[in-house]
Design a protein around this ligand. Sequence first.
Ligand SMILES: Nc1ncnc2c1ncn2[C@@H]1O[C@H](COP(=O)(O)OP(=O)(O)OP(=O)(O)O)[C@@H](O)[C@H]1O
Length: 352
Amino acid sequence: MAVPDLAIETHGLRKTYRTVRGRTVGVESLDLAVPVGGVHGFLGPNGSGKTTTIRMLLGLVRPDSGTASVFGVEVPRHLPDVVARVGAIVESPKFFPAFSARRNLVLLADGIGAPRTRVDEVIEQVGLAGRSRDRYRTYSLGMKQRLAIAATLLKDPDLLIFDEPTNGLDPAGIHEIRETMRSLGDQGKTVLVSSHILAEVEQVADTVSIVTRGRLVASGRVADLLGEATGASVLVRVAPDDVGTAERVLVTAGHVVRSEDGALVVDGATDAAALNRLLGEQGVWASEIVVRRPDLEQVFLGLTQHDVPGGTSHRSERRLWGGGGRTARHGGPDGTAADAGTSDESTDEVRA
Ligand SMILES: Nc1ncnc2c1ncn2[C@@H]1O[C@H](COP(=O)(O)OP(=O)(O)OP(=O)(O)O)[C@@H](O)[C@H]1O
């Protein structure tokens, strides 16, 4: 059988919820393509349908329409065939506070039939080796979250799904989780991480899907999305007496220049060296010259600013997968585990 190059694929996935006020759209019509291997950010503002999508993938919520597959296996219909390759942290598992992390994991391994030899491996994988014999209750929030990831890794899944894993963590905890996700991605696992904090995901994700109002608005490699975005500029600072000359030189060379806090900003430019040379040739020396590129947050705002609240106006989706654009990390050991979390939210929800 051919090995699928997508870990997750959805087409026209839709989910509405029954509420006292009628029907609420959880996911409007979602087309998602998550490549195998590496970290994929699933980004969107609160209420854009990320959790609903994840729950549909895990068989916890039944879609109204559309299709979804995990490693080429249609879900939820054939979820049992692939569930062993999926690990998810949708909500934190319960650990015994008075037991060490290691003892907690040994109990879990026994419970799910994973070999005890996995316990030390997963502790190592999440960077808790030095603290594994300490009681769980002495752990920081970041360490607790890493232990939750370790529990999910016990059966060695190929796909790890994290729904807002850094919620409630301080910067050190966020850093720990980011490092853990990065290292799992580097080991060949596919990590899907949902977040509404774009800057945070930008630092760890190879590829992203950006959703708003239950639809995909952009997807591709982070570098490509940032590279394609307009809005780059170069800030040039010169001595106050040279500002007029510098502006004239730059404008004469065809640049669009504006002033900002006593400095000059050359909109649309990225070649700082060329600007520096241009100024130098006219005897003007920059004391500061900085290329400013838009971050993912700005890309996102640019894609969604035309959305009408509650309306139906959506920008068309942009995909940047192009030839060779996909993350080319494949592999990862065949897994056998899944911890698909629990469902408690809605009468519409199902378990596969
Ligand atoms: N069980 C439910 N019953 C009714 N409406 C729901 C239910 N779950 C989600 N919704 C609604 O569906 C929409 C999408 O919610 P969802 O939680 O999937 O978004 P999200 O992107 O994960 O948001 P957040 O980042 O806040 O978790 C929201 O309008 C939400 O209120």
